[in-house]
Design a protein around this ligand. Sequence first.
Ligand code: B1M
Length: 210
Amino acid sequence: MSKLDQIAESLMKGKANDVKALVEQVLKEGENPGKILNDGLLKGMSVIGERFKKNEVYVPEVLIAARAMKAGMQILQPKLTSAGVKPIGIAVIGTVKGDLHDIGKNLVGMMLEGGGFKVVDIGIDADPQKFIDAAKTNNASIIGVSALLTTTMTNMKAVVDALKASPLAGKVKIMIGGAPVTQAFCDEIGANGYAPDAASAADLAKKISG
Ligand code: B1M
């Protein structure tokens, strides 16, 4: 098995220390940082994403794999930056106003990072304007809004409306998700896309922000 495959395998098993050590080793051996990212870390993370979608692995496995991904990224990030490897996009994510649930949103953030996005997480209970301001400041291409309560999902429309009223209208896309959210609701409020789970969110973000 190649060292890059070993990175992917260790990441899938959530072995953060092994991932870190292997990334350090292949960098020392002169491997290209972009290749380490794509053929090692992202390869492993996308397998986990697919398995998660099929219910072959569950939230804990994804969190552990994402932690291993982060460990590898800590070593790789400075090299990627100096090698000029750019993120495929910038995503602002947050949980809607009035809502304190963040486990799903954090998973979405990890899968987006795993998918090559730079993620700016504005946290929970976020005002509509906070999403817009963060998108503007960070030059984001996508805003991801999460809601877990039937009483707060309606606040997602305020984010869509705030974007429409801002100079970012048409340039930045809004993706929504969370247990009570549906495609029909997404269509109703005029968001650009709905994803039922974190792995689909990463796929959708690539599709709509391109
Ligand atoms: Co709350 N809670 N909670 N809670 N809580 C639910 C959501 C609930 C369904 C429980 C129940 O009654 N059966 C219910 C909502 C009922 C409803 O509205 N229909 C509920 C309630 C009522 C409440 C309170 C009102 C309880 C009270 O105080 N009386 C209160 C509200 C506080 C507030 O937000 N203002 C409350 C509080 C809490 C805790 C603080 C205790 C805690 C949150 C801790 C935290 O997040 N840091 C909590 C928890 C843990 C839950 C449950 C048990 C688990 C939620 C979770 O993390 N799931 C939940 C019941 C349940 O779901 N079984 C419940 C795991 C997570 C990975 O899944 O978030 O769905 P999920 O994310 C998925 C997808 O939805 C999707 O991807 C993720 C991964 O696949 N996804 C996106 C999520 N965001 C996305 C964004 C995207 C795309 C996909 O694009 C941007």
